[in-house]
Design a protein around this ligand. Structure first.
Ligand code: NAD
Length: 300
């Protein structure tokens, strides 16, 4: 079985790396946070002291980092360290699963191609529950051969693999999705809050809306009202999950994209403003479904 270097073991990367181990891959793991490396080493991965160390001897690199600047520095290098394009063995397959701006994804992909590497931008959808269950959706950009090569690895961590188009296309499709997700989460939060304000039980209301015309992913899988679903971040003090800061990043990316293409995205713009205000109120590191607290009557 091939050896995978896994870089970035946060809320998403850690369960993804564990699924690769469960499927029999050898995993060489690195994160800036030592506890995260220790957590995956406890499951059988090899703990590495740098990204270059992790990628040494690997057949495949998978990265799961916060933003474009991290992906760029990892593959192209910066003033502090060499990039993986300078250090990995010939024929190493490179897969970036982070959600980043399409321009950086394209730049890194084309630099990799220039050096003869296959590179795939493969951002994911499905949240931490999908990462843990191994049911993520991968939205790939890159050339056909590179995406075909990536499929067996991605299948070990997910159940849907789409090829959106050439380099950077995975990122474009992903931010369209996340802009819609933000709007759905805000809409779900305000509808539930209005129901609660008028005496409805949020669980009963959720059950009704889930199978009615307002049904959506937030209601199905990620209810923002504490206590309605036991396993989601809302019922765990909004810890873990998908941070507000990351949603703010994605909504910034979608608005930049909309500006470039002169696309009209008023709902995305409003959602961005609401999540930015929520982050400014000290909620940046909490799960994004905590936007519910902007609508609910805390005294109720
Ligand atoms: P996170 O902040 O929990 O994890 C990111 C990890 O990367 C951290 O452990 C951090 O220490 C590590 N890191 C940062 N720079 C590094 C470097 N130079 N070398 C090694 N490690 C480094 O974030 P997350 O929730 O796991 O999200 C990761 C990516 O996945 C983001 O781009 C996010 O937008 C995307 N995403 C997240 C979710 C979700 O539900 N959390 C869903 C889909 C996509």
């Amino acid at each position: 079985m091939s050896t995978v270097a896994f870089i970035g073991l946060g809320n998403m990367g850690l369960p993804m790396a564990i699924n690769l181990l469960h499927k029999g891959y050898n995993v060489r793991a690195f994160d800036l946070v030592a506890d995260a490396v220790a957590a995956v080493a406890a499951k059988g991965a090899t703990a590495c002291h740098s990204a270059v160390d992790a990628a040494t001897g690997a057949d495949v690199v998978v990265s799961m980092l916060p933003a474009g600047k991290h992906t760029r520095a990892l593959y192209l290098g910066d003033s502090d360290s060499e990039g993986l394009l300078q250090t990995v063995a010939e024929d190493t397959l490179l897969i970036d699963c982070s959600t980043i701006d399409a321009a950086t994804a394209k730049e890194v992909s084309l630099s990799a191609e220039d050096k003869g590497f296959d590179f795939v931008d493969a951002p994911v959808s499905g949240g931490t529950s999908g990462a843990t269950a191994g049911t993520l959706t991968f939205i790939c950009g890159g050339n056909v051969a590179a995406v075909e090569r990536a499929k067996p690895i991605l299948s070990a961590m997910g159940s849907n693999i789409f090829h959106a188009g050439g380099p950077g296309s995975g990122q474009l499709a992903k931010i369209c999705n996340n802009m819609l997700l933000s709007v759905l989460m805000v809409g779900t939060s305000e509808a539930l809050s209005m129901g609660i304000d008028n005496g409805l039980d949020p669980k009963v209301l959720s059950d009704i809306m889930k199978v009615s015309s307002g049904g959506n992913w937030a209601l199905e899988k990620y209810n923002p009202c504490p206590g309605v679903m036991p396993e989601v971040p809302a019922s765990k003090g909004y810890q873990g999950g998908f941070m507000v800061d990351l949603m703010v990043k994605d909504l910034g990316l979608s608005q930049e994209t909309a500006l470039k293409s002169l696309s009209s995205t008023p709902m995305g713009a409003l959602a961005r403003a609401l999540f930015v205000a929520h982050a400014r109120n000290g909620n940046g590191r909490r799960d994004f479904s905590s936007i519910f607290e902007q609508f609910c009557n805390k005294k109720a």
